[in-house]
Design a protein. Sequence first.
Length: 147
Amino acid sequence: MDLITGEFRNTLDDKGRISLPVKLRAGLSTNVLVVTQGLDKCLWLFTPERWTALSDQIFSSTSLFHQQARIIQRRIIAPAQEVEIDKAGRIAVPQSLREYASLNKDCVVLGITNRLEIWDADTYKQWLDATEAEFAAASESLNIQNL
């Protein structure tokens, strides 16, 4: 996955499919993605290579004998499923993941460099509103110079 960024509005159809924007699909080197639960009630989508790297990192940095590790494994690794991008540029979002992210008709698809996120549009708006102060504080704490 190359540098893929952007915020796009799209709809989930009656069969649980969502079209991935052409700009985001153009940055993909595969027609298969791995979709799983993300943080903040959204879905994360990775190429299989990025997914393998992430899941390997999770397993190498956690232990089966630690409760927090099992929580991470069960919330991120266990629900992950491969989805194929069809000829129309759509993916079928599994029912369990649609329920987790409360996906209804109106959705937001985000390209965040090395992953995609899918949000319910209302949930995303609520998240943006709720994190505005944190965003301002986080922005001030960045040490970016010479822009």
